[in-house]
Design a protein around this ligand. Sequence first.
Ligand SMILES: Cc1ncc(COP(=O)(O)O)c(C=O)c1O
Length: 432
Amino acid sequence: MIKNFNDTLQQDLKNAIQNNIHKKIKPGIDYIPVTGKVLNETDILYGLDATADAWLTTGRYAKEFELKFKHFFGARSCLLVNSGSSANLLAFYTLTSPKLGKDAIQPDDEIITVAAGFPTTINPLIQFGCVPVFLDINVNTGNIDTNLLQEALTPKTKAVILAHTLGNPFNLEVISNFCKQHHLWLIEDNCDALGATYNHKLTGTFGHLATFSFYPAHHITMGEGGAVIVNDHRLVKIAESFRDWGRDCYCEPGKDNTCGCRFTQQFGNLPEGYDHKYVYSHIGFNLKLTDMQAAIGLSQFNRIHFFIDKRRDNFSYLYHKLSHLQDYLILPEATPHADPSWFGFLISLKSGNSQQRQALQTYLEEQKIGTRLLFGGNLLCQPAYLNIKHRIVGELINTNFVMNCSFWLGVWPGLSHEHLDYMALKLSTYFI
Ligand SMILES: Cc1ncc(COP(=O)(O)O)c(C=O)c1O
């Protein structure tokens, strides 16, 4: 390991890094982004160290990250991948493995989910030929309204796939019990909720699989990156196989004959003793990431508690500062029994329409305050989804309301109370 930032790097490289990672955002003068990364010198040093050993592909840093992450969650396994979307792809396809027999998800099976969210939570199931079954959400929590869950169930239902919206856990008690009772798979898209808890238990540990994103907007970053944690022992080798080209072999990169029977097995219609390294038991992908990404992520993960606490603190502070606007705005609410790890601060106009929401967003952007929509709004209204096979249970009234009247503000750890004061002041001035 490169030992020390000061001793190791030449002055010009050091200056470049320091200028880039210690940029100050002055409220009213600089744009306040809705998300951002908080890097330090050690993160960069880890990335440089991973580069310096010239291994480049998944290696020792990825291994260490996977081990630490797995222990953090008490999971069976952690698999690093190259994005949160890849994590969702991997988690879903794992459940389609023929090795799962009658429990494997098949095309035309139904998957319960919501339409208010990020597209790649549900894209894999559509790509595979399954049918998404959409329920409505609650406006305050941004999460699934579970009232019609039983109505959504048919003999074709195989899984529930949901994200913890903007870091706020969905009702894990109801959803977990429903899945257990009806023998359904559960994937938690935990991309926006690293560190959130429900009944004091980390989100990501309830589902059979859970996914994470390490894109710069997220709680920790490695540029691009993601992870799947596997909580069900039956799925560990299957997930590895789908991530690593579909291979049957489970040797780490650079290793051979981990199974001890590389040339003595027989698979499919292959000749006896065909090299296990080139045996494929799934129609898989290559979703691995580089060790430079893993190294930066590992260094970031060492500060995870600071990142989570700062997001929570920023959320509470902003909530307090905006609470006098509740005649005009619906403020976000934590799901009962949950301690969210906030990704963003969801705000809805109490009454209004999309033009009024857009006017407010435009005003805030002019004041140099970043805003974002709740991702795709109602995904069914998006051009790509107009003709997908799907079912809706009940009506998507709140989903449409959020598409028209909601947006979110940042609470990322690079923001201080000074930034939040400015954001609250500008919102207040708009309404009062
Ligand atoms: C809930 C959710 N799932 C998945 C993703 C995809 O993550 P990535 O951008 O790393 O592919 C995102 C992206 O922000 C997300 O918000």
